[in-house]
Design a protein around this ligand. Structure first.
Ligand SMILES: Cc1cc2nc3c(=O)[nH]c(=O)nc-3n(C[C@H](O)[C@H](O)[C@H](O)COP(=O)(O)O)c2cc1C
Length: 167
């Protein structure tokens, strides 16, 4: 049973995924909530070589760079609850997610972060999300280790119950 669906709250799952882990969790949330899903895609894709992307990400995050996105979500106004997913990059959200949060007016909406990582869990992503959406309510996020995403549906469902999205 879906509380938010019952009370006609409309849910969006928006995520960026560089190597596929965050996409898996995004689909698990969609699966449990029947939400709409939106992949955040930068105009210029990040390199696949690990060290190259790590260096580029460090520089972009230090400069607070917001890369342009390929497409904009239509009618963001219709959503009450927006799950925002990102890999943990240097303890924060990936720059395309920062762009998404900055370029959409999310005032009055409930933002629910989820992060995949390799040890740093949420890092400072919740605080950084709050700074990018000062007029939104940011709920407790879910960190999932990248290597464990395929078996995460039960943890996802448990968390959705904890935060009151599922009953
Ligand atoms: C540029 C970059 C920076 C990263 N920084 C961190 C970090 O600071 N802490 C951490 O635990 N994992 C870090 N990781 C690992 C990713 O968060 C992890 O592999 C994640 O699951 C990848 O998600 P994705 O497959 O959706 O892109 C980093 C990975 C990349 C590519």
């Amino acid at each position: 049973m879906n509380l938010y669906a019952q009370s006609s709250q409309k849910i969006l799952v928006a995520y960026y995924s560089h190597s596929g882990n965050t996409k898996v969790v995004a689909e698990q949330i969609q699966n449990a909530t029947e939400a709409d899903i939106f992949e955040i895609v930068p105009v210029v894709a990040y390199p696949t070589d690990y060290q190259t992307v790590v260096d580029q990400a460090k520089e972009e995050i230090n400069k607070n760079y917001h890369p342009a996105l390929k497409s904009k979500i239509e009618n963001i106004d219709q959503y009450d609850v927006i799950f925002v997913g990102s890999p943990n990059w240097w303890s924060t959200v990936a720059p395309p997610v920062a762009t998404f949060l900055a370029e959409n007016d999310l005032s009055g909406k409930t933002i629910v972060p989820f992060i995949t990582h390799e040890g740093s869990r949420m890092g400072r992503s919740e605080d950084d999300i709050k700074k990018l959406c000062p007029n939104s309510t940011v709920l407790k996020g879910l960190p999932i280790r990248g290597g464990s995403v395929k078996n995460a549906q039960a943890d996802v469902n448990k968390w959705l119950k904890e935060i009151g999205v599922l009953n």
